[in-house]
Design a binder for this molecule. Structure first.
Ligand code: SF4
Length: 327
């Protein structure tokens, strides 16, 4: 497969809340109905509201099956966490259930939660091990400001989906993710509003995330220590801060370094110093030169956020699947 393409399965990559995670991606790059200010994948252009079979479900499951066979023992979870919103795949329920059936490890699903109001999405995800939808705001105004969703979406519908999933018969833990952004949702007033919504939903856990990985908007800032203490206090005992993973990514065993780097950073931008440590070259200079060469050939790009160099994928990278819409 040529280097311009990415696969449906990538990693394992170190995950802030799941240890070593084998990632699954079911939609083309940045297929999303939201345009979050903190998204690490860049802006959603255009935003996508329709659900369709972007990639044949059979090829996704086959790729997962092959990865389970060849990468056995290298990951602790399988996680749906792609280059967009995976529930925009119209067969996501069936795909999730097939992956769960063949997986030797727990299966998690990270989603913005915008389609949980749909029966088929809820039913498809209910038998997994963990579902992690987003709730950054306790009211419509802040929701619109942070998620910047398609116009058909609404805070009311988002809450309806979360509540319905919470109340249904499920094995999946409901772990709600809150991305804390300075001066947006870290004030006392906004946190109280969010806490009220959490009280209604009764999630199993609340994961507090920080926009430390290459946020889309350069003005997005990490909350102060004081604000983090405030968030923990107001959101209560279920809330815990997901610190940056200390697990180390290693690409020492990679058989196709260029392809593996491209697959990972397309969905999971990495700090350049972390990626350099993962590479199998004898010196930092050699690793840096390799990354510069990839950047010069437009396989990756190097950007700066929060004063830190990050390596991320090119927006033009497309899938190899024949007939896949190229956006
Ligand atoms: S963070 Fe997730 S939900 Fe938000 S724009 Fe990015 S892919 Fe979409």
């Amino acid at each position: 497969m040529g280097s311009k393409f990415v696969h449906s399965v990538f990693g394992p990559v170190p995950s802030r809340r799941l240890g070593r995670s084998l990632g699954i991606d079911t939609v083309p790059m940045k297929t999303c109905n939201w345009n979050c200010v903190y998204c690490l994948l860049g802006r959603s252009k255009p935003m996508v509201k329709e659900r369709k079979s972007w990639i044949p479900s059979g090829s996704i499951v086959e790729e997962v099956h092959n990865a389970i066979r060849t990468r056995s023992g290298t990951f602790d979870w399988i996680t749906f966490v792609g280059s967009g919103e995976d529930t925009l795949h119209s067969e996501i329920g069936s795909i999730a259930q097939q992956v769960k059936a063949i997986s030797p490890v727990p299966v998690a699903f990270i989603t913005n939660g915008s389609t949980l109001y749909l029966d088929d999405v809820r039913n498809g995800l209910a038998a997994l091990d963990a579902v992690m939808p987003t709730l950054d705001a306790g009211n419509e105004k802040l929701y619109l400001r942070m998620a910047r969703p398609v116009k058909e979406a609404s805070f009311k519908r988002h809450m309806e989906g979360l509540l319905a999933f919470s109340k249904m018969n499920r094995t999946a833990k409901l772990n709600i993710e809150v991305m804390l952004v300075s001066e947006l949702n870290d004030t006392e007033e906004e946190l109280e509003s969010l806490a009220g919504r959490m009280e209604e939903i009764q999630p199993d856990a609340i994961h507090l995330m920080l926009p430390t990985r290459c946020p889309t908007e350069t003005w997005v800032k990490v909350p102060s220590d004081e604000a983090l203490i405030r968030a923990q206090a107001i959101l209560g005992a279920k809330a815990s801060l997901m610190a940056s993973s200390e697990l180390t990514l290693s690409l020492a065993a990679s058989e196709n370094l260029k392809q593996d780097i491209t697959d990972i950073v397309t969905r999971h931008p990495l700090r350049m110093d972390d990626l350099i440590r993962a590479l199998p070259f004898p010196t930092e200079e050699a690793s840096f030169t390799f990354l510069e060469t990839l950047a010069a050939h437009q396989s990756i790009m190097i950007v700066e956020r929060l004063g830190i160099p990050f390596v991320k994928g090119m927006r033009s990278i497309l899938r190899a699947t024949p007939g896949t819409p190229q956006r």
